[in-house]
Write a protein that binds this ligand. Structure first.
Ligand code: PGA
Length: 252
């Protein structure tokens, strides 16, 4: 099995002012100075610059939470991939279920956003996941396959992007699928990626949805889970560090 560098990402959503973001990063950096993992912070747009500035010379990477697919234009309230790259942001979360459900993000838009990000060297963290109804009807794998087919560009490669499996019903609810279900779903996605991408075996597959310090180690110990995308539990630096530590232990 190829070595896949663990990826621990903090999705802050619409939380943290510039001052709060700076305080978090200042607390985090000394604790992860020697890390071999990718530690990724996804602040709101307004705090991107402050986080980027602090993390120069460290292992921390910075991701935005969304972007528009066009280079420029009359799209009030939106930002382009090039604007993010100009700030030295390395990655962008695309297709998060909150964007899909609350802001009408579609697979069609994602099929344009992913190449637009890749074109300027921004790494998409592409999110897919089933709703509670789809899960209880046993349609999870079909839904994920359709989302993957709809949004993964032809010729995608492992170096370019990350895929995050986030069951919609697990986000912010404190509920997670069983470890066995996560293992089965990730195993299924790994097989699909092998079909869809030349080096799908190397593409990092994250799990997201109610990850916290108490469950991070067992989730990250699953063979095809290469990291986690953490929402609520990433807002507190100590809790996020505990999740990071669980990832290091799971990797031993
Ligand atoms: P949660 O959110 O950890 O608060 O469930 C995860 C996410 O939305 O990425």
């Amino acid at each position: 099995m190829p070595e896949r560098t663990p990826y621990i990402a903090a999705n802050w959503k619409m939380h943290k002012t510039v001052a709060e973001a700076a305080e978090f990063v200042d607390a985090l950096l000394p604790q992860i100075a020697a890390t071999q993992s990718d530690v990724v912070i996804c602040p709101p747009f307004t705090a991107l610059g402050a986080v980027v500035e602090r993390r120069y010379g460290t292992a921390v990477k910075v991701a935005a939470q969304n972007m528009h697919e066009e280079d420029a234009g009359a799209y009030t309230g939106e930002v382009s991939a090039a604007m993010l790259v100009e700030l030295d942001v390395e990655a962008v979360v695309l297709g998060h279920s909150e964007r899909r459900q609350l802001f009408g993000e579609t697979d069609e838009a994602l099929a344009r956003k992913v190449p637009a990000a890749l074109a300027v060297g921004l790494q998409p963290i592409l999110c897919i996941g089933e709703t509670e109804a789809e899960w209880s009807e046993g349609r999870t794998l079909d839904v994920l396959d359709a989302q993957l087919r709809g949004s993964l560009p032809d010729g995608a490669s492992a170096a370019d992007l990350m895929l995050a499996y986030e069951p919609v019903w697990a986000i912010g609810t404190g509920r997670t699928p069983s470890l066995e279900d996560i293992a089965n779903t990730h195993g299924h996605l790994r097989a699909r990626l092998a079909e869809l991408a030349a080096d799908g075996d190397e593409l990092r597959l994250l799990y997201g949805g109610s990850v916290k310090a108490a469950n991070a180690r067992e989730i990250m110990a699953i063979a095809d889970v290469d990291g986690v995308l953490v929402g609520g539990a990433s807002l507190d630096a100590d809790e996020f560090l505990a999740i990071y530590g669980a990832g290091q232990a799971a990797d031993d």
